[in-house]
Structure formats: structure tokens, C-alpha cells
Design a binder for this molecule. Sequence first.
Ligand SMILES: [Zn+2]
Ligand SMILES: [Zn+2]
Length: 372
Amino acid sequence: MEECRRRKGIDLVAVVDCASPGVRNDIRRLLDAGRMAPEPGGGLRFDGGPVLIPAVEVEIGGEGAGPAHYVLYFPDLASVDGAAEVLGRTIRNIQLSSQRTRMRAKDLLDLAEGHGGFLVPAHVFTPHKGFYGACAPRLEDVFGAEAARVFAVELGLSADTAMADRLSELASRAFLSSSDAHSPERIGREFSALEVERPSFEELVRALKRNGGRRVAANYGLDPRLGKYYRSACLACGQVAGGPPPVHRCGRCGSDRMVKGVLDRLEEIADRSNPESPPGRPPYVHQVPLAFVPGVGPRTMARLLDAFGTEMSVLHRIPAEELAAVAGSDVAGRILLAREGRLPLRAGGGGVYGRVSGPGTGGLRTETLRGC
Ligand SMILES: [Zn+2]
Ligand SMILES: [Zn+2]
């Protein structure tokens, strides 16, 4: 929560590990100590700062082609307590996050709504447990007629609005871009800008449903090419596909053991060859986080944050001259190119992030594959 307030400038944050009794006990302790307080309209305000939305990410297998992740958002501790109690009976280890439940997706939807919450399919395009990436090409395939009750999806890494708007069934649904942060630095790598009265659970729902003038005003996230699943990648030799999607066989070693890329999967399931955004669809602002900018190490990062407060200011608002005075003209120049979408990028795939290409930019950023 400190990271949200001090470095990222975030007002509303969902914590998706709230099925875990330990996490809910932490929240209870903060409430008892007066450091957290229920917010009118739902959500829990932390120390007069950001508002926390208690949420639960769970996995369902055995529906569609493969497992999918869903996030359930709740207004308060009592509602997530109630839902977690039911979930706990269907999950082997409730202590861990994103655990697999024996429930069906429709029942999970009922569970969320029955406790005052709502359900959002998580990181829908990723090959690992994203709904479209791993489970099914259409929401109806799993939710049947109840698909109409799914009013938002989370885009997830390696996808953006233009890509998602190649599926006509998403025209009526809002897009959330969230950072699935497993560490404080990752918070805000993706985020959604909401036009709301105040940060609260109710206002979030209104924004996603476009009620009463509330709306998602913009989605911010990594350029999809920087994501670690953008293109298909070979499990045998690590080659990331470069040819026209969908690629099913490695161009280097000929193996057909590939982690399917988001772009490659989209080519298979899209019912539009070009994106068609519905009226009012907010823009997707591509970000190149500071950690991806060549020349920005921990020291430069610290200097920039000290000088300008938040990473969002550095990436999107501070004039070039001011950036140059703190970080040098090379780094300032790259941040400017990133703002204009002109920084040359090399696509990621198979769990390896894309990167900024060009001289002096060696060293792939890697992370082990994980469930989310
Ligand atoms: Zn290969
Ligand atoms: Zn997940």
C-alpha cells in the first residue's frame, strides 16, 4: 500500500489473495488498529491513502480446453469472508493464491454476485490460464447464457485494446488493465484510469458498466510486444517466432513444442480481421516502464523518483529538459521516444519479456513461468 501511495500515485488497488485467511487476518488487524477503515460505497481505505478492494483470484480446470483464472471483487471484508468460506470447501490449499476450485465458472459467478461482488476473467489472452488463451474462444462456451453477466475482462500481459477489439463479443464489455504485481515494483506497470466520483467499489462497478457518466477513461500497460507471451516461442530452443501469426512450428529447429503467443492465438480465435472499437472505448496508452529503458539502473531510477515523485510522472508528464537534468540526455531521449511509441522493440514470448532493441541494450529480462 505504501508503494501505491508514495511511488505510484494509485488511489484504488485490488488485492487478489483475499481467499487466504492470513491475508484477511492482516486486513482485520489493520481495521482493528484503525489503520484501515471501510469506505462509503465499498472498499477499505488504508491510512487515509489508497482504497483497497478485497478480491480473490481462483483457477477453474476441466471446462473448455484448459484451466482459466478468474478474479472476484468484493465490497468489504464480510463479503469476501463469506465467499472465501464457500470457496475454502472446494480448494485444496486455501493459504496459497490462485488455487484451483472444483466449482464451475457459472457457480463462481453466482458466488461472487451472491456476496455483493462481481467476476472478471483474468489476463484473458495469456497462454497460461487466460480464458481466451487457454480455455475457450467464446465466453458462452463456458458461461452459456450467463455470459451476459460478465461485463468486464482483464486484458493481461501481451495484449492491448486494439487486439482485444478483434473479438466482437468484447464490444459490450469493459477492459481492465491490471498489473498482477507479484512485487512492489510491478505495481502500476499496468493500470486503468477511472473517471469516478471517488475511489470505491461501487464507483468501480459503475465505471465498468458505464453508468451515470462513470467510465474507464484510459488503459495503461506494457506495449504488448514487451510482454512475455506476445509471440509463440519454441520450448526446445527458445526461439521467439517472427513470421506471420499463427506460428505452430519453430522456424529455427523445427520443433512443434511451442508456447503459443497471444498474437498467434488471437489470429486463431478472432472473428474480425481488423480491430473495431465500439464508441466510447477508452484509449490504450502503451508504457515502457523505467526498468525496461536502457541506461536506467537502480541508481538512475532512484534519482528520477526522488526528483519527480512517481514513475507515471516520469514516463508520461515531465518535460525532456527536466528529465535530462536528472538522468542525462540519452535516458531522457529514450523516455521521449517511448512516449511517442517510437522506441524500437523486440517481441517477447515463451515467458521471456520483449526488450528495447538497439545498441547497448543487451541482456534479456527473464522470469520463470508462473501460473498467473
Ligand atoms: Zn526451436
Ligand atoms: Zn492468474
